[in-house]
Design a protein around this ligand. Structure first.
Ligand SMILES: [Zn+2]
Length: 908
């Protein structure tokens, strides 16, 4: 974008902006005009060219450039001014003061796609020509002669469009009441979409802010406002200087949000949400978990929460689950709004996410990574602490089991994937900041930290964390600082641990190998193996547990902890112990390692699964069976035989959720591998319908279990009978004791009816949308529409997605992407498969990583020879893809190969 004086003509501003802005810009423009005469001649083309050379001409910043800049710049303070209205653009002013230790080379300041109206550097205003030549629509380049060795002040005035893709200062207009809501999201480097700054984590700064906003709005940020002045139809909010923060931790959110408060705990708490969704929130749950979290973390870290107040805000169209902005945390509405009572698993997730973002306030916001290669530690640590806190201080004492069944399984999968990577990897530029943000980063990292806690001992680990936070408060730190703190506190050298766990990718497998004589163990070894591609063997502390299947119970006979290393570890302590029916070598889940059940244990598992009392062990054994299917060693039909017999007997809520998810994946594999019309697939589909429906009815006295079963039924219902059943529940002709058909469930039913072409589905979508025209309603309607087995609908939506139709928000396009090709619609998937592969490079080129992370799910993997060949060809030929897309392509290829392997193993 180029700046022209025409584009900042005052006439354009009148309609959109308030009097306050008018005055601001009068002075800004006047300065600019005046300077045209005096400064224009002082910039030569050559000088500008030299200045621009200091950095690639795009929105990204490399680590090298960032470190060069942070070595020169310090003591940064931002004075920010924003003029907000209901319109699509905002105007702003950034005043940056900082110390510079070297003014021999140009300095860049990030500001993305703004219309700059003036730049003043150390009292000198840039001329129109200087404005043109010093700004390339991504960053401003200040040539050396404007800079001072010592204190500098740069002021930038600009206008910018609000973003609608979830980054920068996002704008959302509520379809229900036309109210406009804004929120910011900066991680990894999108603060530059809102103001002019040094957008990198290791230039920490203090932030002071003034915001002019319509009078009915609230504005919140890292500090609490200390002044609000009324000015006509606007209010001017002033926010005092913050503590030192990395830019990505600063935030500002504004709009007519509804506010709840709770001052009964140690810190003042507020919760915000859009007016039209206010009744879909239970503030009591939020405040309860938040207060429990503060009690826990203040004590655990041994450092009081530094940021004084704590705001949590639910926002629409959010790209991620939540974001830990200092003292003003944002949460995705989509994860936490509910029509009707929130299910137990969603409440647990709420507690967990609240804890996760809160843990970041210390680990991340107070002590911050130096560069994006440290993001994993930030996330791993928060994921680990969230689970620990949730399990210890909330009602969800099962949190570690939930972690095992969800996050940890994703980590095992990712670590066995062709694209696995070490936990700690270099990050070249901000474009790559999220390349490695996956299950390895969050859940493998969290598992490894948990394992380290067992390895070092609970108290030592906690003390080491305290020391790290204390030493690095308000600073930036690197992995070695963290490891050194733990090492120093524990007196243990962690070099080898760090090498094995953080710098080498891949997961190991352990298996018990033993012999018995006269019903006593005569020898016992723990065997460790690694894949050919990731051959590292590791040292780790785990628990071995032995069980006897004495009818009718199932009992633990022996448990010992052991630190294993290398290929074979002798466990002589077990010699002479009663010969077990089952050995589980990662009892209570201390270690990050896959378990191969020995032959006898595998048979015992299949036979006694439902009788095993310990829910975590049962969960781990369910997982072993499912892993065996995914590894090709257990035929899917044999797994289904065990699973269909045992699932209805499962009484534990968390484990049942895990099993039902496995069954859902199993059905998807069958659809893809054999086709939904195959007799065996039809028979399994009908059994799944039947079991989930009967279990829903049988659990009417247990609301949580009933809901879990019903949600599963909702996903499995496909026969005419089942669909009619759903339709009757929808229109009230039929009801189930204790089961409420809330607005969310209504949409789920309609989507399922549409997915299986129920005659009335199309009309139901239109009708329901009249009843519920909320943002959730609009998104649900898109989902229901796109998932219909209709070739025209599919191709229309694919076109909208591929052209990134600007009339449709990214959040909505993302919903459409997720609905296009369910597993039983392989033929529709195939219809556009070639086109999707052929256009992948182009789409990758014109869209950023945020869009591609969702879009890449549309890379076709159809589970047949044609698809396998097509993906192999794409991997070979599409050499220009971005790192993220290349990785997605490889993962899809591997998934497709796995599907083929599962298909071949089926023995009917
Ligand atoms: Zn996080």
């Amino acid at each position: 974008m180029r700046i022209t004086l025409k584009s900042i003509h005052l006439k354009n501003l009148y309609s959109a902006l308030s009097i306050v802005i008018f005055i601001l810009f009068i002075s800004a423009c006047a300065t600019t005009e005046k300077q045209i005469a005096t400064k224009a001649s002082s910039v030569t083309t050559n000088e500008v060219a030299v200045a621009f050379k200091s950095r690639a001409q795009n929105q990204y910043l490399t680590q090298q450039q960032a470190f060069k800049r942070s070595s020169r710049v310090s003591q940064v303070n931002y004075k920010l001014n924003f003029n907000l209205s209901n319109e699509e653009s905002f105007s702003a002013n950034s005043e940056i003061t900082f110390k510079l230790n070297n003014n021999k080379i140009p300095l860049t300041i990030d500001l993305n796609k703004a219309q700059i109206t003036s730049i003043v550097v150390n009292g000198e205003a840039f001329s129109a020509e200087q404005l043109l030549t010093s700004y390339n629509s991504w960053f401003i380049t200040l040539a050396p002669q404007y800079l001072i060795e010592g204190s500098n002040k740069v002021t930038v005035n600009f206008i910018r469009k609000h973003s609608t893709n979830g980054e920068g200062l996002h704008r959302f207009k509520d379809p229900v009441d036309d109210k406009v809501y804004l929120y910011s999201h900066f991680e990894p480097a999108a603060a530059q979409q809102m103001f002019a700054l040094f957008d990198q984590p290791d230039i920490k700064a203090t932030f002071e802010m003034t915001v002019s906003a319509p009078k009915g709005w609230v504005v919140l940020s890292a500090t609490k406002e200390n002044k609000i002045l009324r000015q006509g139809d606007f209010k001017i909010w002033h926010f005092p200087k913050s503590l030192k923060l990395s830019p990505y931790n600063f935030s500002m959110h504004a709009g007519p949000y509804k506010m709840w408060q709770d001052n009964s705990g140690k810190y003042p708490l507020r919760l915000f949400a859009r007016q039209s969704v206010a009744d879909q929130i239970t503030p009591k749950d939020w405040f309860t978990y938040t207060k429990q979290g503060f009690e826990f973390f203040d004590d655990y870290f041994g450092i009081n929460y530094p940021f004084k107040k704590y705001d949590q805000i639910l926002v629409p169209d959010f790209l991620y689950g939540a974001m830990e902005n200092s003292a003003a945390v944002t949460f995705a509405e989509s994860g936490f709004l509910t029509n009707g009572e929130m299910s137990k698993s969603r409440r647990e997730r709420l507690a967990n996410v609240i804890m996760h973002e809160m843990a970041h306030q210390w680990f991340g916001n107070l002590a911050t990574m130096k560069w994006w290669n440290g993001l994993w530690l930030n996330e791993s640590f928060a994921a680990f602490m969230a689970t620990l806190a949730t399990s210890e201080v909330t009602e969800f004492s099962n949190a570690w089991r939930t972690f095992y069944a969800s996050g940890k399984q994703k980590a095992y999968r990712a670590d066995q994937s062709i694209t696995t990577h070490p936990i700690e990897v270099p990050v070249h530029s901000t474009a790559n900041a999220f390349d490695n943000i996956d299950a390895i980063t969050y859940s493998k990292g969290a598992s490894v930290l948990n394992q380290l806690r067992h390895f070092l001992g609970e108290k030592t680990f906690q003390k080491g964390i305290h020391n790290y936070l204390k030493d690095n408060a308000y600073k930036n730190a690197v992995l070695d600082d963290f490891i050194n703190s733990l090492s120093k506190t524990s007196g243990k050298n962690l070099n080898q641990w760090q090498q094995q766990w953080l710098y080498q990718a891949g997961v190991n497998t352990i298996e018990a190998s033993y012999h018995c004589k006269n019903e006593k163990i005569s020898s016992f070894h723990l065997l460790q193996s690694a894949s050919d591609k990731q051959p590292t063997l590791r040292e780790q502390k785990v628990q071995l547990a032995l069980f006897k299947a004495n009818k009718p119970g199932f009992s633990l006979t022996k448990k010992i902890s052991i630190t294993y290393q290398g290929e074979k570890t002798n466990v002589d302590a077990l010699i002479g112990v009663d010969c077990p029916d089952l050995v589980y070598p990662n009892y209570q889940d201390w270690g990050f390692v896959k378990v191969n059940l020995d032959k006898r244990s595998f048979i015992t598992t299949k036979q006694y699964l439902a009788q095993i009392q310990d829910p975590l062990l049962r969960s781990m054994l369910w997982q072993s069976l499912w892993d065996s299917v995914k590894d090709g060693s257990l035929p899917l039909n044999e797994y289904l035989q065990v699973a269909l017999a045992n699932a209805p007997l499962e009484q534990d809520y968390t484990t049942l959720g895990q099993v039902l998810a496995q069954l859902s994946s199993a059905k998807a594999y069958l659809n893809k591998a054999l086709g939904s019309q195959h007799n065996y697939v039809k028979s399994i589909a009908s059994q799944l319908e039947e079991i989930t429906w009967q279990s829903t009815r049988a659990n009417s006295d247990n609301k949580n279990m009933q809901r879990l079963w019903f949600n599963s039924y909702l996903g499995f219902a496909q026969s005419k009978n089942a669909l009619t059943n759903l339709y009757k529940l929808l229109n009230g002709k039929y009801s189930l004791e204790n089961l409420t058909i809330s607005q969310d469930v209504r949409w789920d039913i309609i989507a399922q009816l549409s997915r299986y072409n129920f005659a009335k589905a199309k009309g139901l979508i239109t009708q329901e949308l009249i009843k519920d025209n909320s943002d959730t309603g609009e998104k649900s309607a898109i989902y229901a529409q796109v998932i219909a087995p209709n070739a025209q609908v599919k191709s229309d939506w694919l076109a909208k997605i591929q052209e990134k139709n600007n009339n449709i928000s990214f959040a909505k396009l993302r919903v459409a992407m997720s609905a296009l090709y369910p597993s039983e619609q392989n033929h529709f998937n195939e219809q556009s498969a070639v086109q999707r592969i052929n256009s992948l490079s182009t789409i990758d080129k014109i869209n950023g990583p945020v869009f591609m992370r969702s879009y890449n799910h549309l890379i076709p993997a159809i589970c047949n020879e044609v698809s396998i060949a097509r993906l192999a060809k794409a991997v070979n030929e599409l050499t220009e893809l971005s790192t993220g897309t290349k990785r997605s392509l490889l993962v899809k290829q591997q998934e497709d190969l796995r599907c083929m392997m599962i298909k071949e193993a089926i023995n009917l």
